[in-house]
Design a protein. Structure first.
Length: 285
């Protein structure tokens, strides 16, 4: 078939009940087969009502546009199909046939909820972002940037702060951690945070002694006399608990608890403290 030169761009309307990204990606992939054609693509997203969908089809008919749609709501999809057929508007149903075949094959009803693919991708992006944040804000690093954290964990050395932050990051939660050192002033950026955004981790003195002794054995060059001495650890934990109480931070005893268990407890606490900001999925006070 010979190519036909166009006087003006061909119009394509991408109609979606979600973000429109699925249908837009399909159309752009198909258009790679027509490199000499100039095309004007308009994305109309978030369409959940049949009357609105019908109006868009009618406008497409007036403009001589083709329509590519990804609608999961049955009634809205039916309205698009019926109106497009009535007005002879070229129409492509991106999801309908695939969903129907899979529904029959799997013998399951589809969820009929728009934006599920976007939700999956967004969760992946949140995890990557949270991991990057966690690594950059481990052990008191970038202390001036703590306001960007969803939660800040504080506590004595070797109380599982870093590994717990890693578990939280895998769930898409931006977690930073700051060591509390006896007889040292608390960092000002930490004190400026809402107390509900900070959680202290502590453990029994005996368990912390065992953990630190193991650490010393692994790091033969480490020589800190009071680091793994039980009386000094008791004194250190007493001071840190007092600091946590003074700042009105919640405190979790992580003695003999698996890291995933501690992370799960923190995650359960977060919804009661804060809500997701609209649009970006981050947690806010």
């Amino acid at each position: 078939m010979s190519s036909v030169k166009q006087n003006k761009p061909a119009k394509i309307v991408v109609l979606s009940g979600g973000t429109g990204r699925t249908a837009d990606s399909l159309i752009r992939a198909a258009l790679e087969q027509f490199p000499d054609c100039e095309v004007d693509i308009s994305i109309i997203a978030g369409i959940r009502k049949a009357d609105k969908a019908i109006e868009i089809i009618q406008n497409a008919a007036k403009e001589g546009a083709a329509v590519c749609y990804s609608i999961v709501e049955k009634e809205v999809r039916k309205a698009v199909h019926t109106e497009a057929r009535r007005l002879a508007v070229p129409c492509i149903d991106v999801l309908g046939p695939a969903v129907s075949v899979l529904s029959d094959h799997l013998r399951l009803a589809p969820k009929a909820r728009a934006g599920l693919l976007y939700d999956v991708h967004q969760a992946q992006f949140d995890r990557i972002d949270a991991m990057d944040f966690m690594l950059a804000h481990d052990d008191g690093q970038k202390i001036d940037d703590l306001k960007q954290a969803d939660v800040v964990l504080v506590g004595a050395s070797r109380t599982s702060k870093s590994v717990t932050c890693c578990y939280l990051a895998f769930r898409g939660i931006r977690a930073a951690n700051v060591p509390l050192i006896p007889n040292m002033p608390l960092p000002k950026p930490l004190l400026k945070l809402n107390a509900k955004r900070v959680i202290g981790l502590t453990m029994s003195a005996a368990h912390l002694e065992s953990v630190r002794q193991t650490r010393i054995e692994q790091m033969s060059h480490l020589a800190v006399p009071k680091y793994a001495n039980l009386p000094d650890i008791r004194s250190e934990l007493k001071q840190i608990r007092r600091l946590i109480n003074e700042q009105d931070w919640e405190c979790l005893d992580v003695s003999y608890k698996a890291t995933e268990e501690v992370a799960a407890q923190i995650i359960e606490m977060l919804p009661r403290r804060r809500v997701r900001r609209k649009g970006d999925g981050r947690l806010s006070p």
